[in-house]
Design a protein around this ligand. Sequence first.
Ligand SMILES: *[C@@H]1O[C@H](CO)[C@@H](O)[C@H](O)[C@H]1NC(C)=O
Length: 154
Amino acid sequence: MAPPLTTCFVIQLTGLLPAFQVGDFGLSRIKRNTLVSGGVRGTLPWMAPELLNGSSSRVSEKVDVFSFGIALWELLTGEEPYANMHCGAIIGGIVSNTLRPQLPKRCDPQWKRLMEECWSPDPAARPSFTEITNRLRDMSLALQKKRHTPAASR
Ligand SMILES: *[C@@H]1O[C@H](CO)[C@@H](O)[C@H](O)[C@H]1NC(C)=O
């Protein structure tokens, strides 16, 4: 099996703006519990292709960035990734890079681009957490500005 992830995402919803915290919370322990209660199936959608195809034996930041991209999608859609698929199909799809969560039709182009970059097949093409943080901050500021413009209110 793949090594446990060492990074945990805490996504706090304060009002409408999500606040993200990324850090080492000793997730291996939580993960073990997840494996017991939810089975391996429960963690597959968040695993990067290089973890599933065995080419990476050590945890890198890029593996966590992949998971973060999937978590962003969950936050956006409120759905469970690949809810109706079986383990084999999920593993095969991720490894062959033909399977990624389906983006909603109405999706902010910046969110879309960020998510797609996070779950890029090429680990080197994924952004760093520093870059992700900066981009989320910019998106958040843009959103605030929009909300304070009367013309944009519903
Ligand atoms: C495993 O997946 C990674 C990420 O998509 C890729 O860079 C690598 O070439 C793959 N390795 C094999 C042996 O398919």
